[in-house]
Write a protein that binds this ligand. Structure first.
Ligand code: FO1
Length: 308
C-alpha cells in the first residue's frame, strides 16, 4: 500500500512513527513543511524536516520533540559570548552539523529535496521524506507590539514571543512562486491513501496545501485526517494561537470545516468530541492521545481503517 502524509513538526513526526509501525509493509512518503525554515548564522535550518528525520531516525530529543538527543550547546554559548543574535533559538552542536551539510549542499547548487534525501541516507527514517517545495517559502507573522506593526519570521513569533503577541496575519512568503518539489505530485497521484497527521492545521498542514498544485492533487485522493484539537484545546504546541489568527475556533469541528469536505473523506476525533460532523465526511471518535508508541500505532491503524 502507498501512503502519503503531509507532516509538520512534533505531533506529525510522533504520529508518523505510529503509522510506520501500523503499516510496516506500506510505502510511506512524507511531504514535509518547510515554512518554518530559517537562516541563522549563515546556516539553513529546516525544523520540521529535521524533526521528522530525527524522530523516525532515532536521533530526536524525545521530550523536546525537536533537536538531537544528548545535545551540547558549546557553539551556541560561544556565539552568545560574542553577542551574536539571535540567542532565542537554541542550536545544539550535533544539530549544527546537519545545518552545515545542508547549507554546504545548497551553496553547491543542490535542491533541498536532494539534500533531504542525502541526510536521510544516514538517518534511514523508513519513509521517503520530501520537502513540500525546493523553492523559498517562509511563514512570516504580522504582529503589532511596542515596536509597531511589522512582520516577523514564524520562528521569532513561535520561539521568542511564544505566540503571546496576537498574529494579525500569517503569511507564507513566496508561496505563489513556489512549485511542489520533485516527486511530491507523483507520490500523491500514486497514493492509495493520504493521511493528515495531528500537525498544526494552519502553519504545518495549511502551509503545505498552499503550495500551488498540492491541494488539488490531495483532493483527488481518499484523505483521512486526525484532529489536532481534543476537547477544545491543542494537545501540544500553539495551534490555538494559529487558529485564532485566521479567525477559526479551536475545536475539532472548526478544523474539520477548515479542511472541508472537498479535501477530507474521513476525520478522526477524540471521544470528547463525539458528535462532530460535516456533510460528506465520515467522522469516527476514538482515543487520540499519543501517550506511547502503541497508542499512536492504534490511532494510525484507525485512520487507515477509516480510509478503507
Ligand atoms: N523550539 C523552541 O521552542 N525553542 C528553540 O530554541 C528551538 C530551537 C530549534 C532548533 C532546531 C530545530 O530544528 C527546531 C527548534 N525548535 C525550537 C522547534 C522549532 O521552533 C519548530 O519549528 C517548532 O517546534 C514548530 O515545528
Amino acid at each position: 500500500m502507498r501512503i502519503v502524509s503531509l507532516a509538520g513538526g512534533i505531533g506529525g513526526a510522533r504520529f508518523l512513527r505510529g503509522l510506520r509501525s501500523a503499516a510496516p509493509d506500506a510505502e510511506i512518503t512524507v511531504i514535509g513543511n518547510t515554512g518554518d525554515d530559517i537562516t541563522l548564522f549563515g546556516l539553513r535550518v529546516c525544523p520540521d524536516l529535521d524533526t521528522v528525520m530525527y524522530t523516525l531516525g532515532g536521533g530526536i530529543n524525545e521530550e523536546q520533540g525537536w533537536g538531537r538527543t544528548g545535545e551540547s550547546h558549546v557553539v551556541k554559548d560561544e556565539l552568545a559570548a560574542y553577542g551574536m543574535e539571535p540567542q532565542w533559538f537554541g542550536l545544539g552542536d550535533k544539530d549544527i552539523a546537519t545545518h552545515i551539510v545542508r547549507t554546504q549542499m545548497l551553496n553547491a547548487g543542490y535542491p533541498l529535496s536532494a539534500i533531504t534525501e542525502a541526510l536521510c541516507a544516514r538517518w534511514q527514517p523508513g519513509v521517503r521524506l520530501i520537502p513540500m517545495t525546493d523553492d523559498r517559502a517562509e511563514t512570516h507573522v504580522v504582529i503589532n507590539d511596542e515596536q509597531g506593526r511589522r512582520a516577523v519570521h514564524f520562528q521569532e513569533w513561535w520561539v521568542r514571543l511564544r505566540a503571546s503577541v496576537p498574529a494579525e496575519q500569517i503569511v507564507l512568503v513566496g508561496a505563489d512562486d513556489a512549485k511542489p518539489a520533485p516527486g511530491v505530485i507523483e507520490a500523491l497521484d500514486e497514493a492509495d491513501v493520504v493521511i493528515l497527521p495531528p500537525s498544526n492545521p494552519v502553519v504545518s498542514i495549511g502551509t503545505i496545501l498552499q503550495i500551488p498544485g498540492i491541494r488539488e492533487a490531495v483532493e483527488k485522493k481518499t484523505v483521512v485526517g486526525v484532529s489536532p484539537i481534543i476537547g477544545g484545546a491543542p494537545v501540544r504546541g500553539m495551534a490555538d494561537a494559529c487558529l485564532t489568527a485566521i479567525g477559526v475556533e479551536t475545536s475539532a469541528q472548526a478544523v474539520l470545516e477548515l479542511y472541508g469536505s472537498r479535501l477530507l473523506d474521513g476525520w478522526l476525533v477524540a471521544e470528547e468530541d463525539e458528535g462532530v460532523a460535516l456533510e460528506g465526511v465520515r467522522v469516527v471518535a476514538r482515543p487520540l492521545l499519543m501517550t506511547d508508541p502503541q497508542a499512536t500505532a492504534d490511532i494510525a491503524r484507525a485512520a487507515l481503517e477509516l480510509a478503507r
